[in-house]
Design a protein. Structure first.
Length: 455
């Protein structure tokens, strides 16, 4: 049995834009995802997050469900447009009341809150002023953080400023598949810089208003492996690692953008505008790094044949990491590669020496319909969680300062551009009725928590 330390947090994670619904209620304004979802062809099945899991009304039941499953920590996010509807200006006290009550309900059930300030739902009012490519958005984020922390900072012990700034920047501003749907590497890099600056400014707010809280950021970290032993593939993998990982980890934890990528972007005239003290603000010390892990990247030099996801400016392409059906796949067609979790956590430990690491997201979507008896016997998800918790244990044994593990996700939800077609939940959600049904994986996780590790 792989046993975790006694103080290890076993948690589950969600985000506001994916589960809350009530998009026009309680004074909430539009987010960029509300607007993006209204554009024809952007979201699978024409879905929108307007209702989602109706967590805004059902949160007390959802917290009770977590308590029955033995979940000891809950990572949720604060919807910026629910608190400040346009992103600037008047504060919506009703929105703050919701998160205040959610926090109290969690504490009443002995569940530790981990609040994420930004999980991709920028208020549309700020997008109309230019969004993340505009520097002022970082300042508005600090104002938002202040309002939230003044209300919740006395009770929430763990805070993440941002979730996956790489995804917010590149899928939303380079590839256009996430909101706000822009396309351009230069735009994405400028958005990324302001996201990181917003993180630094928010950390300062948290230090001032909640000095006893532990503060960090959640970053998606993926091992990058070269497809071949040749120099071209090895160099491409190094550039890809810079693009996916180091462009975020280095400024956050070393106070500088990686030199090789800086040189490459300068040659391409794509470097973001960086003010004199920005990097010092971004690298403000944090108490933990949140690592989100789902898959690795297998990378080759870009031969121009159009295979895989290409990053033309840096000359690499991402291949099908599993080869010809050599490994199990999730419903997202992601390779199941648990050893990559160990590798990602140990890489962050070795290269950046954070005080603590939390696995703030890890999980899988599967097409697991109920059986004739209505039971969700999702053995693939159970096996996935088993293998990845064992991988977390291996990282611990190798010396990583790993303090917790959060399954993505507590509930089936609005899975961004995939709409409601990809189900990550420990708990099945009937999106017509809102009914919640724990899958067998939820019961397996309950037993693992009770055992303090992987049985």
């Amino acid at each position: 049995m792989t046993r975790m330390p006694d103080d290890f947090l076993f948690g589950a994670a969600t985000s506001a834009g994916q589960i809350e619904g009530a998009a026009t209620e309680g004074g909430r304004g539009d987010s960029i995802w509300d607007v993006f979802a209204r554009r024809p062809g952007r979201i699978a099945g024409g879905a929108t997050p307007a209702t989602a899991c109706d967590h805004f009304r059902r949160y007390r039941d959802d917290v009770r469900l977590m308590a029955r499953l033995g979940i000891g920590a809950y990572r949720f996010s604060i919807a910026w447009p629910r608190v400040i509807p346009r992103g600037y200006g008047a504060v919506n006290r009703t929105g703050l009341d919701f998160y205040d009550s959610l926090t109290d309900t969690l504490l009443e059930h002995a569940i530790t809150p981990l609040a994420t300030l930004y999980h991709w739902d920028l208020p549309q009012g700020l997008q109309e002023r230019g969004g993340w490519p505009v520097r002022d958005t970082a300042r508005y984020f600090a104002d938002f953080a202040e309002q939230v922390v003044r209300r919740l900072g006395d009770r929430v012990p763990l805070w993440a400023t941002l979730n996956e700034p790489h995804v917010a920047a590149h899928l939303g501003h380079e590839h256009g598949v996430h909101a706000p749907g822009l396309r351009g590497l230069g735009t994405a890099l400028q958005a990324a810089h302001h996201l990181l600056l917003a993180h630094g400014l928010a950390v300062e707010v948290l230090r001032d208003l909640a000095p006893r809280a532990r503060v960090g950021i959640s970053v998606n970290v993926a091992p990058v492996h070269a497809a071949g032993d040749g120099d071209a593939d090895q160099a491409a993998a190094a550039r890809a690692d810079g693009y996916f990982n180091r462009w975020y980890l280095d400024p956050l934890l070393r106070g500088a953008y990686p030199e090789d990528l800086t040189d490459a972007y300068r040659e391409l005239d794509l470097l973001p505008e960086v003010h004199e003290y920005d990097l010092a603000a971004i690298a403000v010390p944090v108490d933990f790094v949140g690592v989100n892990y789902y898959f690795r990247y297998l990378v080759a030099a870009d031969g121009g044949d159009g295979t895989g996801l290409r990053q033309r400016e840096l000359g690499f392409r991402v291949l099908d990491a599993g080869g010809a059906g050599s490994r199990e796949r999730t419903a997202m067609n992601w390779e199941v590669y648990p050893e990559g979790l160990t590798e990602a956590v140990l890489r962050v430990t070795r290269d950046y020496a954070p005080a603590a690491i939390y696995l703030t997201e890890n999980g899988a979507a599967y097409d697991d319909d109920p059986g004739a008896d209505g039971d969700f016997d999702d053995r693939a998800r159970q096996a996935y969680l088993h293998a990845h918790l064992e991988a977390a244990g291996a990282a611990l044994e190798a010396g990583a300062p790993l303090r917790g593990y959060f399954v993505w996700s507590l509930l089936d939800n609005f899975e961004w551009q995939h709409g409601y077609r990809k189900r990550f939940g420990l708990v099945h959600v009937d999106f017509r009725t809102g009914a919640r049904t724990p899958r067998r994986s939820a019961l397996w996780y309950r037993d693992a928590i009770a055992a303090g590790g992987v049985p």
